[in-house]
Write a new protein. Structure first.
Length: 359
């Protein structure tokens, strides 16, 4: 009876609060790694402004790592646990990846940075339930085309990943890359992705991916578009399916605004390209390379710089030329997004506008 009473009392008590472990000059710990080694689930590691060496390897889950100001950790982050949050931290100068997780879950990266890594920047493999909000990734893939993975890689079974409000720029390979995952349920939105070797945003042999409300510009290699959908030979499934690309602006890229291609064999199916604006791209709005299409593919409500189409795509309500009065209320509501690139509801007038903006 006494043991049962104690159990009932314990059940009514509030859960114990985690500790706060401080890092910095005069703090409890001199380095983030020392604090990580001492932290337990529920703890928060607060890091004072400054630059810290020895990197950070996290082996225990349920911990929040938070920078209080400008915090740089050299050279890299290695994630070997689940249920982790990283806020206001930048990792710099890795000779491999800037931040790496394989087979993990429930990760949050907020106001998170990677710069100057030799290979990929933020690399997630077989990792699920991830929020990436407000990151900056720059100067990665310093090895160039020999680099392993991309500025941001979401690959090999990574699912349920939300990438938003990020600035991914001036990297030596692709910007944001989703690849080799069926039923990925990945959303890439409200990002600025620019001046990468390219493509800036890449979906390769993945299914169930949404790319929307992004600005993509300035790819540097003449074969790389602003946004690309592809099936490469590295894929086991050789399938890209159920991909939606809408409310994006893609301009000033070295190849097309958007490209679709199959390396040697594979299938592209059920692709919707709706309410995007393309202009100033050296090889036009959309480049189609490969004829292995299936399903219902759509081109609708887009602004093109020149006439664009393909027999595998149903094309309607597109406009060729500069945005202007003729694009207002001239679109179709069928399969159109409920909002525009700025989050304004569609339609605002008599009908949906053509292009990324609803005026």
């Amino acid at each position: 009876m006494f043991a049962v009473t104690l159990a009932l009392i314990a059940a009514t008590l509030p859960a114990p609060q985690g500790r706060t472990l401080t890092v910095g000059p005069g703090a409890q710990y001199a380095t983030p790694q020392a604090a990580a080694d001492a932290a337990r689930p529920g703890d928060t590691v607060e890091i004072a402004p400054g630059t810290y060496g020895n990197g950070l390897t996290v082996k225990r889950g349920g911990i929040t790592f938070r920078g209080n100001g400008n915090v740089t950790i050299k050279p890299k982050l290695t994630i070997n646990a689940n249920d982790l949050t990283f806020e206001n931290l930048t990792f710099q100068g890795s000779d491999r990846f800037g931040a790496y997780a394989d087979g993990r879950s429930n990760l949050t990266f907020r106001n998170f940075g990677v710069s100057g890594s030799q290979d990929g920047g933020l690399v997630l493999l077989n990792t699920s339930n991830v929020l990436i909000d407000g990151c900056e990734i720059k100067g990665t893939n310093a090895r160039g085309t020999k680099a392993d993975h991309e500025a941001m890689t979401i690959a090999d079974g990574s699912r349920d990943v939300d990438v938003k409000n990020c600035h991914v720029h001036d990297n030596g390979e692709e910007g944001i890359d989703v690849k080799y995952t069926e039923n990925a349920r990945v959303k890439i939105h409200d990002n600025i992705v620019r001046n990468n070797r390219g493509p800036n945003i890449y979906v390769d042999s993945a299914t169930h991916v949404e790319v929307y409300n992004n600005i993509s510009s300035g790819t540097k290699n003449e074969t790389k578009s602003g946004i690309a959908l592809a099936v490469e030979d590295w894929s086991d499934t050789r399938l890209l399916d159920n991909v939606k690309v809408y409310n994006n602006i893609s301009y000033g890229n070295a190849q097309a605004g958007l490209s679709i291609w199959v390396q040697s064999s594979g299938t592209v199916s059920n692709v919707q390209i709706i309410n995007n604006t393309f202009y100033g791209n050296k090889k036009g709005s959309i480049s189609f390379d490969g004829d292995e299409y299936a399903g219902a593919n759509i081109l609708r409500n887009n602004i093109f710089e020149r006439q664009t189409g393909h027999e595998a795509f149903k094309a309607d309500h597109n406009f060729v030329g500069e945005p202007g009065p003729r694009t207002i209320d001239a679109g179709s509501a069928e399969d159109a997004p409920a909002f525009d690139i700025e989050g304004n509801p569609r339609p605002r007038g008599k009908a949906h506008d053509i292009g990324a903006h609803e005026r």
